[in-house]
Design a protein around this ligand. Structure first.
Ligand code: MV4
Length: 656
């Protein structure tokens, strides 16, 4: 058995591999980039070695450096995880050349599956169904166009070296063919340095169904059933599940057998996934699925398979790589219940899924059990950096039925406590609740078709705003009270006799998601209440949770994050219904640092009036509107109390 394992990866998959290795008593060796010095995978491993700079090309893709670290650390095996070097046949070969075990398939299997035309050729020979089409050597445009005609439009042009939809073009009719071919070839050359293409019949309502296979070095091959990964956006998987909705035992057996044949055809060993495309239009059938490609690695979504089979696929990988036989035969394998995985990302669905970065001020997805699993490479306090994939965690739930699993997942997503970066949790929860997804009759177009509904967010509730504003006021009060050691000088206990409980109101200014706002607030019997001046008074939401970091309050409520910041209070407090009367008060107890206006000056909205220092911080007080300075009552250097009348800004039309 392997005794020490170098994990040539980072993030959640490195942590996932370390977990099983530790349980099996295998010594774990991590590698890390400069950006990952404090990363969770480094903390979890028995030892860790720096391999270079933050950019993947300077660290996690440096095969030579990684292998020399592995040698020096005495590793007897290398696990590549997924991504990075995981499907690099040269790396697999170099690992073996250096006298270590590559935890993955033979380099030849990686190479043969690497190009789509070669892989298709092998599958045809092995009687694995492939999409009707042409995948030969003749690349003459007129020949390819004739093939497209024979196949029948619509067709799909695909780069043989392609992936992630690059170098792929749908062609609806012969008139569009020449242009589409040129575009596909140009894109493929730029992306892969290889512009060979194949032509396929276009499958109109595609479902992505993949089979997990496992092969050992003793001629045994089994499949661990299917996963449905049809919920994708721009070829990135979003939610995966096992089993596939609508899958019958007969179709499963047919697909499983085809996947095992595919693995045998390339002399596969270890964990692999055979991707099929199925026509979703008329339900799954024994002759309605086609080989797409084989992923020669452990995949991101492997946990759903683990949950329905009760197996640990990393343990199987390590055992097979050590030369052991697969522990079970096909007939021993059973499938229990339903598992769904959601990929939680630091990204903003409302801003075109733009990645979001920064400190994880809060990161809690709830407790775990046999039915609920969280795979993550980060913890609260860690930073989502711009250098790598912004996945925060995978949330995987198991239920007796699909409905139960989806309900459980949606509940967990809505309750997720992730503060700091913007996340896609609300989007994922909306997907779980989508009627088409729930009824199981969906294909790969679902997310694009329903995008507007999935990302729609209701306007923020007044009660949520009140929770944020309360937080800001409480925080300021605590700060001022601490400063004054019991002197009663908070906005609620001002020197002019403000009553803690009473009719007194303040126009409180604050910043919400970068926008400066104002709300009328008062201290009611149950705490701070807020009014927008129209609909009476709102109490703070009792479902909101509030986190503080770096001067900001992060409020999570109803699956959405809102960020509140203090703003220097400009207009003074007001009594009852009275609006701002041009009175500018000193916003906090402190020392006047500078007064930048003189009696009679004309100022414009936003001009600096004066600055005050409190708590070693300088606060600028800006003109809330245009006006002329009168009754100026402060001078630089003096100590003033909160609420002290500093000046009156007389509106221009009244000033003369
Ligand atoms: C197809 C197809 C329809 N017909 N092939 C997209 C990426 C690559 N792995 C295969 N892909 C497709 N191949 C034929 N003949 C539609 C897709 C496709 C797709 C496939 C799986 C999951 C999501 C997809 C999204 C768009 C298109």
């Amino acid at each position: 058995m392997i005794k020490s394992l170098l994990i040539a990866n980072r993030g959640e998959i490195a942590c996932r591999i370390i977990k099983t290795a530790k349980r099996m008593g295998v010594r774990t060796i991590a590698v890390y980039s400069q950006a990952d010095a404090d990363a969770l995978h480094v903390r979890l491993a028995d030892e860790a070695h720096l391999i270079g700079g933050a950019a993947a090309s300077d660290s996690y893709l440096r095969s030579g450096r990684i292998l020399s670290v592995a040698k020096e650390a005495g590793a007897d095996a290398v696990h590549p995880g997924y991504g990075f070097l995981s499907e690099n046949a040269d790396f697999a070969e170099l690992t073996a050349d250096a006298g270590m075990i590559f935890v993955g398939p033979p380099p030849s299997a990686i190479r043969e599956m690497g190009l789509k035309d070669r892989a298709k050729e092998i599958m045809v020979k092995a009687d694995v169904p492939v999409v009707p089409g042409y995948h030969g050597n003749n690349q003459s445009p007129s020949f390819l166009k004739r093939k497209a005609y024979e196949i029948g439009y619509p067709v799909l042009i695909k780069a043989v070296a392609g992936g992630g939809g690059k170098g792929m073009r749908k062609v609806g009719k012969a008139l569009e063919f020449d242009e589409a071919l040129e575009a596909a070839k140009r894109e493929a050359m730029a992306a892969f340095g290889n512009d060979v293409v194949l032509i396929e019949k276009f499958v109109e309502s595609p479902r992505h169904i993949e089979i997990q296979v496992f092969a050992d070095g003793h001629g045994n091959v089994v499949h661990l059933f299917e996963r449905d990964c049809s919920l994708q956006r721009r070829h990135q998987k979003v939610i995966e599940e096992a089993p596939a909705p609508g899958m019958s035992a007969e179709v499963r057996a047919a697909m499983g057998a085809a996947a095992c044949e595919a693995a045998r055809a390339v002399g596969y060993q270890g964990a692999g996934t055979v991707e099929f495309i199925a026509d979703g239009a008329g339900g799954l059938s024994e002759d309605g699925f086609y080989f797409m490609e084989m992923n020669t690695r452990l995949q991101v979504e492997h946990p759903v398979t683990e949950m329905i089979t009760g197996l640990d696929l990393v343990e199987w990988q390590l055992r097979v790589a050590s030369g052991e036989e697969l522990p079970v035969k096909q007939d021993d394998l059973t499938l229990t219940g339903h598992a769904v995985e959601a990929r939680i990302y630091a990204e903003d669905p409302n801003a075109g899924f733009l990645p979001s970065t920064g400190k994880l001020v809060a990161m809690d997805l709830g407790g775990v059990s046999d039915q609920i699993r969280v795979d993550s490479g980060v913890e609260q306090g860690d930073v989502i950096s711009p250098h790598y994939d912004p996945m925060i965690a995978k949330l995987i739930v198991h239920g007796a039925t699909r409905d139960e699993a989806l309900e459980s997942l949606e509940g967990r997503l809505r309750a997720a406590q992730i503060a700091g970066p913007v996340t896609n949790t609300a989007f994922l929860a909306n997907l779980c609740a989508d009627p088409t997804f729930k009824n199981g009759h969906f294909d790969t177009s679902l997310i694009d078709t329903k995008l507007d509904d999935l990302i729609s967010t209701k306007p923020i509730e007044a009660a949520t705003v009140c929770a944020g504003v309360s937080g800001l006021i409480e925080r300021q009060r605590a700060r001022i009270e601490a400063e004054n050691r019991g002197e009663q000088l908070s906005p609620w206990q001002a020197a002019d006799g403000f009553q803690l409980v009473g009719q007194r109101e303040l126009d409180w200014q604050f910043t919400l998601d970068g926008e400066r706002l104002s709300a009328r607030v008062r201290f009611g019997a149950d705490g701070i209440e807020m009014s927008d001046g129209k609909d009476g008074w709102t109490k703070k939401s009792n479902t909101a949770t509030v986190y503080e970091d770096g001067g900001q309050l992060f409020v999570l409520d109803d699956g959405r994050q809102s960020i509140f910041e203090e703003t220097v209070q400009q207009a003074g407090d007001v009594d009852g219904a009275g609006a701002s009367d041009g009175r500018i008060v000193v916003p906090m107890h402190g020392k006047i640092i500078a007064v930048t206006v003189s009696e009679g000056d004309s100022v414009e909205q936003g001009d600096l009036l004066f600055s005050v220092e409190a708590m070693k911080m300088e606060h600028a007080v800006l003109a809330p509107s245009d006006g002329t300075v009168s009754e100026l009552a402060i001078t630089a250097g003096e100590q003033v109390e909160n609420g002290f009348p500093a000046m009156i800004l007389v509106a221009e039309n009244e000033s003369d």
